[in-house]
Ligand binder design. Structure first.
Ligand code: CUA
Length: 317
């Protein structure tokens, strides 16, 4: 149990990917050797301080300058240990960084403060990364703005996403379930809310999901589509629905009012204005929100979702 637990322990989350147990074994190897050496050194400190404490009748001996056996021992043992750590660590590092040939590719977009995943089948899924179990997944990641970092503790996978280049990583999930996806590089005010889930499904369930994700369910009322989109696309990290001011203006009661802009003419909040604000947010900057933090959702949001958001904003009187 203390050496390499697959379930969650006090120290580490459960292991849900192919590399997790290897990472943990190495962690525990270093961890327990550290404790052993701490104990040895601490024991020597206390024991010798006591044994050689200053007493009136102590004969002061000259300390010896050299002890070959002792020195060879304390050099050789740590040398062997660090070499084990080095080769073990290098091997695991290679496994974590060399992407298996033929891995399933998913494109990841990180932006302040949301995740979006684009699938080869031609659709995008905001917030949650849905993958099949026991399948190597290659992530081709890019940032729309600043440095973010993709982190799934249960998979022991963590990779920075640097703007203006593609960053790659991969994993193979071994257990069906839901795992937290975190951004683990400070990226601004709502960094701590840049959350998502990795949802691992069985091969069958995954295929079902892809089929459904690909079609737009016309039976869901637009206002509900909008409410879901508001949460899924993480609009809620910047725009409140109760009138309170966050990083961006609140959605409450803005429909059909005049939006006051910093350097462009004021505009009526109507269908076209909302659509434009989602796709080209830098075009008009609302007074009081001069930081202009909002990234574009062009290519990340479906038309029906935009229509939904419009309906949703209308409903927030
Ligand atoms: Cu994105 Cu922190």
């Amino acid at each position: 149990m203390f050496l390499n637990a697959t379930e969650q322990t006090t120290w580490l989350p459960q292991q849900a990917s192919t590399v997790a147990s290897e990472v943990d074994s190495l962690f525990y190897f270093i961890y327990y050797w550290t404790i052993i050496f701490l104990a040895i050194v601490a024991f020597c400190v206390f024991y010798f301080s006591w044994k050689y404490r200053n007493r009136d009748n102590t004969k002061k001996l000259k300390s010896s300058s050299h002890n070959t056996i002792l020195e060879v021992t304390w050099t050789f043992i740590p040398f062997v240990l660090v070499m084990i750590v080095f080769f073990w660590g290098a091997g695991t590092y290679m496994k974590m960084n060399v992407i298996p040939y033929g891995a399933m590719e998913i494109n990841v977009t990180a932006q302040k403060w949301a995740w979006n995943f684009k699938y080869k089948e031609g659709f995008a899924n905001p917030r949650d990364l849905v993958v099949p179990v026991n399948t190597p997944i290659k992530l081709v990641m890019q940032s729309q703005d600043v440095l973010h970092s993709f982190y799934v503790p249960e998979f022991r996978v963590k990779m920075d996403i640097i703007p203006n280049r593609y960053m790659m990583t991969w994993f193979e999930a071994t257990k069906v379930g839901e795992y937290d996806l975190l951004c683990t590089e400070y990226c601004g005010a709502s960094h701590s809310e840049m959350l998502g889930k990795v949802i691992v499904k069985s091969q069958e369930d995954y295929e079902d999901w892809v089929e459904k994700a690909n079609v737009i369910d016309e039976s869901i009322p637009l206002v509900e589509v909008g409410e879901t989109a508001y949460k899924k696309h993480a609009c809620n990290t910047c725009h409140s629905i109760d009138g309170s001011s966050m990083i961006g203006p609140s959605f409450k009661g803005i429909w059909n009012t005049m939006a006051e802009h910093v350097s462009t003419e004021d505009k009526l909040v109507d269908e076209n204005y909302i659509r434009e604000s989602i796709l080209y947010p830098q075009k008009h900057i609302v007074k009081g929100y001069e930081n202009g933090n909002m990234p574009s959702y062009k290519g990340l949001i479906k038309d029906r979702e935009i229509e939904g958001v419009i309906e949703y904003i209308k409903s927030l009187k």
